[in-house]
Design a protein around this ligand. Structure first.
Ligand SMILES: Nc1ncnc2c1ncn2[C@@H]1O[C@H](COP(=O)(O)OP(=O)(O)O)[C@@H](O)[C@H]1O
Ligand SMILES: [Mg+2]
Length: 363
């Protein structure tokens, strides 16, 4: 296969395995390596049962195709355990199809197995739904924000006038309260309009660690978050990539604040981890790209699995003084970067918020 064909194979989300007539692996792409949990070198020349980690319906399927010369498919099979045994995130399901390869004389000389990872597909479909939902929410929210904001200027002006002209202190205090609360509402509305304007990120070469350093410095300066400490576990090999540094700062600031707020009662350590995941592919602007992972691990009470979807929604807060906008805004900008925001962490062990961003280094 030419260089171009190799690029196509490597860009696929589906695993492709080329099997020879004797049932041995001739070649496989990156997605197949990820699904099976092994390297291409380790797989080449080995038999199917060896790389699938034992008997598996996919092997039976391949044998049938080699024998009959006709394509076959099977869906919702268990994920093969691979030679290394079950992976950490076992219990995945795959769909498998197999097609024969013929030589010039028309005899079957091998077959191609296509493995498609159901959980990955579901994840991508979820991401699309999520984006649609945020766009719809954004339209409504910014429409309301705009309408509510219109009369605020007038109300604030009237409040100031009353405060200046008030004869008695109680009336003046009440008028000042109006001005103060109007300012708070206006601030909130400014945050909400983020969703609706549909602003796209402005991509430029970005040094991820510089952004994270600035965020960490900022949260450590905030006296209301004092007590806990921050540990950096950065992968120094992460290159600069195209991102909107200002928006990412907003994302990370929200995640760092949340983590430190969660540890207010019982101070602990916020660990910020960065790494490149070459086996996680994100697609952006027609390119399939490795992902940069940024994790915020705290030692607070964590987020119950049943609440993880909810807290991403705007206005869902668990704090008396919260707005419930932090995670929603963070997810919004991560999604607009072509990335994913995931909430994890084992119950009772603190929250782990993971931001995955595509490592894009050219337009
Ligand atoms: N690291 C965390 N640990 C525990 N709970 C969290 C964490 N991050 C977010 N949450 C929960 O999710 C809610 C929503 O967070 P967010 O959207 O930032 O809004 P806000 O911080 O204004 O409440 C928080 O009120 C809190 O209950
Ligand atoms: Mg918050």
């Amino acid at each position: 296969m030419g260089a171009n064909g190799d690029r196509v194979l490597e860009a696929l989300l589906d695993g492709v395995l080329v099997i020879d007539g004797a049932g041995r692996v001739e070649t496989l792409n990156a997605a197949a390596c990820r699904i099976l949990g092994l390297s291409a070198e380790a797989a080449r020349g080995r038999s199917l049962p060896e790389i699938l980690g034992g008997p598996h319906p996919a092997e039976e399927l391949a044998r049938r195709v080699l024998r009959s010369g006709r394509s076959a498919a099977a869906s919702d099979l268990p994920l093969p355990t691979g030679p290394a045994g079950p992976a950490g995130e076992a219990a995945g399901r795959i769909d498998v199809s197999a097609s024969p390869l013929f030589d010039d004389a028309g005899a079957v000389e091998g077959c191609v197995l296509l493995l498609s990872d159901r959980s990955l597909r579901q994840g991508l479909a979820e991401r699309d739904r999520e984006r649609d939902r945020l766009v719809a929410f954004g339209r409504i929210a910014s429409g309301i924000a705009h309408e509510v904001k219109n009369p605020l200027g007038g109300i604030r002006g009237a409040g100031e006038l009353l405060a200046r002209r008030a004869g008695d202190p109680r009336t003046r205090e009440a008028a000042e309260l109006i001005v103060h609360e109007v300012d708070r509402i206006a601030g909130l509305l400014d945050q909400i309009t983020v969703f609706g304007r549909g602003d796209a990120p402005v991509f430029a070469r970005t040094n991820l660690h510089r952004v994270l350093d600035r965020v960490i410095e900022l949260v450590l300066l905030d006296p209301t978050l004092a007590g806990s400490s921050v540990e950096r576990r950065f992968d120094p090999s992460i290159p600069e990539f195209l991102a909107d540094a200002g928006r990412l700062e907003q994302v990370f600031l929200n995640l760092a604040r949340n983590a430190l707020e969660a540890m207010r009662e019982k101070p602990g350590v916020l660990t910020v981890v960065t790494r490149v995941a070459f086996d996680r592919h994100l697609s952006l602007a027609g390119q399939s790209l490795p992902a940069v992972l940024v994790e915020f691990r705290d030692q607070g009470p964590g987020i119950e699995p049943g609440r993880r979807e909810q807290v991403l929604l705007p206005f869902v807060t668990g704090r008396p003084e919260g707005t419930g906008l932090g995670l929603a805004i963070a997810q919004y900008w991560v999604t607009r970067h072509g990335g994913l925001l995931r909430i994890g962490g084992r119950p009772g062990e603190g929250a782990v918020i993971t931001v995955e961003l595509p490592l894009r280094n050219r337009e």
